[in-house]
Design a binder for this molecule. Sequence first.
Ligand SMILES: Nc1ncnc2c1ncn2[C@@H]1O[C@H](COP(=O)(O)OP(=O)(O)O)[C@@H](O)[C@H]1O
Ligand SMILES: [Mg+2]
Length: 324
Amino acid sequence: MNRKCPFVFHALEVLETNTVYVYDRTISSGTYGWVVLCKGYSRVRNPNRAGSSGYSLKPIGKTFALKIVDANKILSDPVASRRFNNECEITGHINHPGVIRSFTQMATSLESTEKPGTQHDVLILVMEFFEGPELLALIKDGPLGRGLSRDGAPETERAARIIFRRICRAVAHLHSKFIIHRDIKAENVLVDDDFNIKIVDLGYGKKFTPGVRHTSPLGTLFYASPEVLDTKNGYVGPEVDAWSLGVLLYCMLFRTFPFYAEKADREIDEVAVASKIRRDRLRFPTGFCVSSEAIDMISSLLDRNPGNRLLPADAVNHPWLKRY
Ligand SMILES: Nc1ncnc2c1ncn2[C@@H]1O[C@H](COP(=O)(O)OP(=O)(O)O)[C@@H](O)[C@H]1O
Ligand SMILES: [Mg+2]
């Protein structure tokens, strides 16, 4: 359930871009902040408005997604602070239709709705707004929701192929700019009615240098590769996104994670999941009707040996993605 953004703001003005962002609704609430939808206006001189400011607002016909984070929370937490800075830096420079872009950032204070009269310092990232649900929703009950069993098979696989091809292209673009995402998952990909995609949440994103290894275990457990969990040897970058893409495609086609474990009370058993990722052989559920090329694509992305793993730049040329 989304918690409504607890800060009051009706209109935020950014002089640098001459845009006024007028609050519309809260899209999402996360650990560190909120994403809200705003409509864009420009302030134009209006001599008829004597007695008021002498200005009126004119719609510019654009919508924006504003990520609002509590500045005090962020500044006292180095990981959160790095996440926010990374996201601003990467989205501010990237230019690809499959990756979210941001236009500007600001620091301001907003009134709390929980304690009226109290001001909170916030940091705001202004992004383009992408109209479309998370890929997770499509897997749960959208075009991918019927799974691959029986009559749903060809359409499901075809829809998955179109979406996944676009995701791979976007990730390959990030890699070509030496950026790794490190948190690719069904919640961080938005998909519209025409299956256009947008990758969001670049907070764990990082510049990588070929040959330089990292050991920070970031991202989301279900999508983490064995070498991210075994911090001994570390990882360079593109190969960990490749593994997450393999998990994502598995979820799109089979509606379940490749490595999954629950405790008796149905809570997720994180220790068992991590151990399965490290050691278990990749298995596919039975009773699904799926092409051998799709199976090969998933197996190549989920290759336990990072050196042999299919990378997104090559994945776009895999026979499964070449089909129409
Ligand atoms: N630019 C955007 N346009 C539309 N929806 C967005 C946008 N950015 C984020 N969202 C929505 O908000 C959710 C949370 O944003 P995200 O950046 O993933 O933050 P976090 O996961 O850290 O809370 C996303 O999963 C997506 O549903
Ligand atoms: Mg997210």
